[in-house]
Design a binder for this molecule. Sequence first.
Ligand SMILES: [Zn+2]
Length: 302
Amino acid sequence: MSLHEVVPGVHAWIQPDGTWWVNNAGAVTDGGQVLIVDTCATETRTRRFLAAVDEATGGSPARLAVNTHQHGDHTYGNSLLPATTVVVGHEHMREGLRVDPVIDGCPPLWEPVPDWGAVTRRLPDVTVRDRLTLHIGQRQVDVVHPGGPAHTTGDLVAWLPRERVLFAGDLVFNGLTPLVFMGSVTGALAALDWLAAFEPAHLVPGHGPLLTAADIAPVFDRIRRYYQLVLDTAGEGVRAGLTPLEAARACDLGEFAGWADAERIVPNLHRAYADALGTELDVVAALTDAVTWRGSLMPTKV
Ligand SMILES: [Zn+2]
């Protein structure tokens, strides 16, 4: 993992290989002030990230932090930020982390079972519904919600309009299977157009390598085709009376078979089914079906 200076003073923390619980984060600095974008899943990984930011930025404690969404790989490390850091998140993200049971004990779905270390639940101090502008030194950071459920119900991006850098969170998985089961497949599809309209020069995805402007259209097109496959497979599965797991087993992943975390087809189908049928999604059932589809526990490195 390493800290990349995307443009002067704007840093992306990229953690290969981006699989389950292995996320990207970032930092923006100017005039001795620091803003953090997301933390990491574990104490060890978050301390490593914050130490790299300290080294790159001169060690000022972060004034502000933004959580792009509720998932633990982006938020469990919040408690390791200085007590004086003001944490900003979407209102649905705050509620999602407040009731998240996984920080208290991870269910045996991954191998190894993640060890979070000494982290505690730390919720945002400031919540956002639509948008908010933060100022760090002379820099402007717009924190914006895509308008509806996408990766989750409480996604935010952090956009630097002058530098044209977009921290997209998990609205973008670059080079591995996207996960949308706690949001919306159609919402995630629409969010790609919304993201592209920012016309970023640099995009920091939630998982996977950094993107520059020229990469964005082909990468987004591929993700669009994946979401369409999920929607088509769900439509056929519902008509044929298949369960999401049966529909996943009947689905030819084609060009997406080589993406890591292919088992996410199962929870993604659970989401498409729930939205098609107007039912509630059971998170643990969706992930348990993913393990069944794989025939083994899901891989992680935390
Ligand atoms: Zn996520």
